[in-house]
Design a protein around this ligand. Sequence first.
Ligand SMILES: [Zn+2]
Ligand SMILES: [Zn+2]
Length: 131
Amino acid sequence: MDLKKCTNCGQIFAAAKGQKICPDCLAEEEAKFERVKDYLWDHPGATIPQVSEATDVGEAIIKKFVREGRLVEVQGSNIKVECQKCGKPISQGKFCSECSNELANDIQKSKSKKKKNKSKRNKQEKMFTRD
Ligand SMILES: [Zn+2]
Ligand SMILES: [Zn+2]
């Protein structure tokens, strides 16, 4: 357990591993997630702005859920976010499969080139290079 500052409300809290927001915000986010998911079950073709308006959940938060892969279980959902590299629509993660592969190759290359300066590991890279 670590003491961390909530990235959402700034409150200091005891964080479990990987936890970035406090229990209050987490509960609120879960409630929002349920609303978004319920709405999508009923309206699978809805776009992010439509879902946002109907559920009163910000588009940024909905996109976060999508990127985390939490909405892929909703059958027939039309919700997509953009690949952060080429802008292609993707249903989860940060990059499309082509860009993930490219990035993975780049990482491999730069690793083998210079091992010294890369002591800091980027967790997110590890999480999203798989497709
Ligand atoms: Zn908070
Ligand atoms: Zn891409």
